[in-house]
Ligand binder design. Structure first.
Ligand code: ZN
Length: 287
């Protein structure tokens, strides 16, 4: 059964660890992440961007696939199915389709409009027992074609959004999506501490988890980050393993062309990446 992310994130914040959100793209991705969470006895959040949702033939298909897997694979750890960087309409569609959690990314709206739309969606989620994430201060990098520059959120705006009753808050603290550039300035712990000061016990979310040095991840967790989003890193692990399989000529040996064999190294590479992240985030055996 899918669960809201509320309980797992409040426990993570109290226990000073983070739950990983791993974005999914297809069956192999989803299976790899769910099996690893079960093996590691870790709670997990499956992230679905609007683009990935479209790619997988719509939110209903995603809900059907994930629910089927929970049952057929005997997954008993807490699993939330979460819309990543949702638009207002996207969030509504996911609520309707059976997601257990949504993110409404209103960071590109003026703060008043972000507040207005977040408020409406909070009410809807509350009614259904779903969790909801909001974002303040646009997080840089490229996300489904939207490019931001890695700004730092205004702590007062964070408080205004947190007070609306969202479950978790993504605040820009210099983090960006995708690979970090050579000259990246690092996370702004000053901003993180200032946000934490304003929002109190609200679990904070760190987007763009790929390539942030381990010591920065640990410091961010100690300052109230209870959810960390990982996307690009699984893609790179999958790509590297798949490339190696083909470059080694394995696809031309025997039945190596069988998609179940061709996709297996990438699948294993995602599992390994997810396991490493769960160990780093401290969520192993916290199910
Ligand atoms: Zn993000």
């Amino acid at each position: 059964m899918l669960v809201s992310a509320k309980e797992m994130l409040n426990k993570a914040r109290e226990g000073k660890y983070s739950v990983g959100q791993f974005n999914i793209n297809n069956l192999e991705w989803t299976k790899a992440i769910l099996l690893t969470a079960q093996e590691q006895n870790s709670p997990v959040i499956l992230g679905v961007s609007e683009g990935a949702g479209k790619y997988m033939c719509g939110y209903k298909t995603v809900v059907g696939m994930v629910k089927g897997m929970l049952e057929e694979l005997g997954i008993t750890v807490p699993v939330a199915l979460h819309l990543d960087h949702g638009s207002y309409d996207g969030a509504k569609a996911c609520i309707e389709a059976g997601f257990s959690s949504v993110m409404f990314d209103g960071s590109h709206y003026p703060i008043e409009e972000n507040i207005e739309k977040t408020k409406e969606l909070v009410a809807e989620c509350e009614k259904l027992g779903l969790s909801i994430e909001a974002e303040v201060g646009s997080i840089g990098g490229e996300e489904d074609g939207v490019i931001g520059a890695g700004e730092c959120a205004d702590p007062n705006e964070c408080k205004a959004i947190a007070d609306l009753g969202v479950t978790m808050l993504a605040a820009g603290i210099g983090n960006i999506h995708g690979k970090y550039p050579e000259n990246w300035a690092g996370l702004s712990f000053e901003t993180l501490a200032a946000v934490k000061e304003k929002v109190g016990d609200m679990p904070l979310v760190l987007h763009g988890g790929t390539g942030i040095p381990e010591d920065m991840i640990k410091k961010a967790i100690s300052l109230g980050v209870a959810k960390i989003n990982v996307n690009t890193e699984c893609q790179l692990a999958f790509q590297e393993a798949t490339r190696k399989y083909i470059e080694d000529g394995k696809d031309k040996q025997g039945k190596g062309f069988d998609p179940r064999k061709l996709l297996a190294p990438g699948f294993e590479a995602i599992k390994e990446t997810v396991k490493e992240k769960m160990e780093l985030f401290g969520s192993v055996n916290k199910a």
